[in-house]
Design a protein around this ligand. Structure first.
Ligand SMILES: Cc1ncc(COP(=O)(O)O)c(C=O)c1O
Length: 340
């Protein structure tokens, strides 16, 4: 397909409409050829200038990464430190915002994938909107598409997601949803940018095009994935994620394992458990991969060796989670684990 031709205009405008229908938003929807981190970077460089005060949350790898991106572009970042595995308390956010009256942007993570913990986004956004007019950026890379996120009523200015997560297609595309208000921040943000200048995406998309060569295979894949997701309905997709997440938690606990993460806000897309004492987690991961055809994720950074994670998002079905839990039980027994 000529990606500058009329077929592309039809494909991309249809795809954008499907995305907007699925996430139930009228926000401008921008498609970038990049990973989730590129999406975070695009959000940052378009909403702030060097030296701007920014509030961010380090509650895991991805909240920390968001703050590092802002810092890399010269923002003066106030980081709220939350013990990894806990959710951000709305009071802690309120206190930080009161101490940062000139705050230009607030960076939140919806689902902290590294700790299998959600943050109470509704309450947090309410605090932000009560305390400040700052641009509100939400990393929803591992949540959007798997759970509701009423971005308009929550007053969010930028929501970022990634193709390889709940959308169930290959990696390589970030999708950004931006409020009308966002464009006033964008016009004033003096951070240098070129490829990630979102005004270029807005203007090109208005003509059914892309500013730069798009990852066409992912555009096709996402278009098909959205047909499936819309057929299942958003409510159906969200309920399926809730169901499989609950059964992952129940199944792991029934094996005698201890879940990791904030039990008040467990993730619908990833479940983490502590590596039992005496178990070699690298051996467990290898055994699962080699003998059970099951891939689970190790802990990241300071959680390396301490936890393991099961991702259950996108096209995940109940029997896959059941099989993964059974395999973990079998592999643990073979390695000498007993819950008694
Ligand atoms: C919450 C969250 N943010 C950002 C990212 C980074 O996305 P990517 O690895 O596609 O750059 C991830 C990836 O797992 C994530 O889970």
């Amino acid at each position: 397909m000529n990606y500058r031709g009329p077929e592309m205009a039809t494909l991309s405008s249809g795809l954008i409409q499907k995305l907007k229908t699925f996430v139930d938003t009228s926000y401008d929807t921008l498609l970038l050829t990049t990973s989730g981190t590129g999406g975070l970077e695009a959000a940052v460089v378009n909403s702030m200038s060097p030296g701007d005060r920014v509030v961010a949350v380090d509650a895991g790898v991805f909240g920390k990464r968001f703050s590092l991106v802002a810092g890399a572009y010269g923002a003066s970042v106030r980081v709220i430190d939350v013990p990894w595995g806990r959710s951000l308390e709305p009071d802690a956010l309120q206190n930080a915002l009161r101490e940062e009256p000139d705050c230009r942007a607030v960076l939140l993570t919806h689902n902290e994938t590294s700790t299998a913990t959600m943050h109470p986004l509704e309450q947090l956004c309410r605090v932000v909107r009560e305390e400040t007019d700052a641009c509100l950026l939400v990393d929803a890379v591992s949540s959007l598409g798997a759970m509701p996120l009423p971005m308009e009523s929550l007053g969010i200015d930028v929501v970022i997601t990634g193709s390889q997560k709940a959308w169930g297609v290959p990696p390589g595309m970030a999708m950004l949803f931006v409020s009308e208000r966002f464009w006033t921040f964008q016009a004033k943000a003096s951070t240098p940018k070129f490829f990630f200048d979102l005004a270029r995406y807005r203007d090109a998309q208005a003509k059914g095009s892309f500013p730069f060569t798009p990852a066409l295979p992912i555009v096709f894949a996402l278009d098909v994935a959205l047909d499936f997701m819309l057929r299942e309905t958003p409510a159906g997709v969200f309920a399926r994620h809730e169901r499989v997440a609950q059964s992952a938690r129940d199944g792991l606990e029934a094996l005698g394992l201890t879940l990791f993460g904030d039990r008040r806000h467990p993730s619908a897309t990833v479940t983490a458990f502590r590596v039992p004492e005496g178990i070699d987690e690298a051996a467990l991961v290898a055994r699962l991969r080699e003998r059970h055809d099951t891939v689970i994720a190790r802990g990241q950074e300071s959680l390396r060796g301490a936890i393991l994670r099961i991702g259950h998002l996108g096209w995940v079905q109940q029997d896959e989670v059941d099989r993964a839990v059974r395999s973990i039980g079998d592999a643990l027994s073979a390695l000498g684990f007993s819950s008694e």
